[in-house]
Design a protein around this ligand. Sequence first.
Ligand SMILES: [Ca+2]
Ligand SMILES: [Ca+2]
Ligand SMILES: [Ca+2]
Ligand SMILES: [Ca+2]
Ligand SMILES: [Zn+2]
Length: 583
Amino acid sequence: MNRMPIDAIALAALLAFAAAATSASADEKPRFHWDGYFDQEAVTDALESLADAYPDLTELTSIGTSAEGRDIWQLTITAEKAGPHDTKPAMYVDGAIHGNEIQSTEVCLYLAWLLCDRYGEWERITALVDRTAFYVVPTVNVDSRAHWFAGPTSHEVGRSARMPVDDDHDGLVDEDGPDDLDGDGLYLQMRVRDEHGTHRSHPDDPRVTVRARPGEQAEWTLLGLEGVDNDGDGRVNEDGPGYLDMNRSFPFNWQPSYVQSGSGRYPLEPSNTRAVADFLAARPNIGFAFAFHNYGGMWLRGPSSESSPPVDPADIAIYDWLGEHGERTVPGYRYLVARSDLYATHGDFDEFAYQVFGILAYVGEIFMSSEFAYRGRSDQTSGPDGNLWSRRPRLVERQEFNDHLMAGEMFQPWRPYDHPQYGEIEIGGWKPHAVRSTPGWMLPETLHRNAMFVVWTAMQLPDVALEAPEVEAVADGLWRVRARAVNTAGLPTLAAAYRQRELGRRDLFTIAGDGVEVLSGGVVVDRYLGRVAPVEHRPARLETWIDAQDARVVEWVVRGEGEVTVAYDGLKCGRREVAVELR
Ligand SMILES: [Ca+2]
Ligand SMILES: [Ca+2]
Ligand SMILES: [Ca+2]
Ligand SMILES: [Ca+2]
Ligand SMILES: [Zn+2]
């Protein structure tokens, strides 16, 4: 099959990184090269080849289009022969709501491929794809990720939605973004020699510009991202493409731009986030969500801001339990609380999913700068937590990594440039891949570990079985029916937030039969003493839920004869039913 197309400009940025490619093996299963990146065209090709190769496991749809008209692809993965996707507990996974956080898309693609490729080969993956559904949106911010690969680009640009925003309120839109002054396809950094400036060259590596501490002679002032004053307003690069941060645009605890910049004029202003919100609303079977970003090596849970309602302690216990597995699955990652351990955000996706839909959610921040490792025993010390770290400044070590592991391809040496506004300056610095992207040759393990934490979490989605009800005659034509539903998985059928905020219907434990009258019914609150909490109305239809690795027992008294059907029906755990004879 074809080599994935990477256009010429992107190729310059990708030099040191393998280009993503696909090929068919003898068994016609699609094979992908996971040691490189997929541009948006290659993402579409990969999704189409998965959909073509696995028609019984996948369904590829577009959930909407972006501002620039690109499809926002969504791949459903489940074994259709074991039931339609919307009758199964489901996991939602997305990537690249921030377009420059590129490898989040590859994690989604890898997950989708892994589930299809190992189906029928790995027993637990097969069972999982039979029992649950995965909804994968590899790239939410399709426009900016496409521009990031097309270039010119920088690790700093491409986070925003590609929607025109007048950032400086001068009546002109996107009139002064970064400029590729030397035409190398990269937006690099500018610096000017200045003994009264703020920075100096690091003595161990003059390529590294560090802040001058008190008493140290400054050498440089940093002038920001490469560019000129395009509109003659006396400011440089003050209004680039965008700026609207889609992960501040969700309609829970949303705040306007004067509270939090980049949130847009109103919630869900970008069509991308509207498509995601509509998708969640239309899929009440989703029990858990992952949104992948970079970087920092973190599994983040809410609450996201001071003004968010607290996370229910029962849900925290689940997050803590899963988070510990997440830390072990991707060594070095930390499980953290977004608000208290990191920074406050308003209108972010995972808070929206949790608070509005009762979907437990993690943000996965892929990649740690400590992975740019070049260190030996002599420059390590044992920290209080037993970890090792380098004594050298991280940026110096990153240059060593650049030199010895990447043959120098991560950094563009400083070069003089005659700037129309600043005069004699220098342009250089870290290339687009060099800061927040996993180097291509390190990607396969990163993708696998992150995807497997999603897989393991999906294995915890509620797994409910209904046992054969017990029927006991209490009088002539009068029967007591006792039924028991068991959830053997690690997640409850409904999260505590969902139950306590009444975000949707509860699970229904029902009994029905032709000509059978249900006189009373209720949940058995003490299995040993047989105490029942009877409901006053509609006893045939008991509203309930089941905790993780727990059971729900109910009891009805019915009058009649023949067959009754007992069912357990939950939005997030599917429907089970069993027929039983009244005798
Ligand atoms: Ca403007
Ligand atoms: Ca703008
Ligand atoms: Ca300007
Ligand atoms: Ca400019
Ligand atoms: Zn992000």
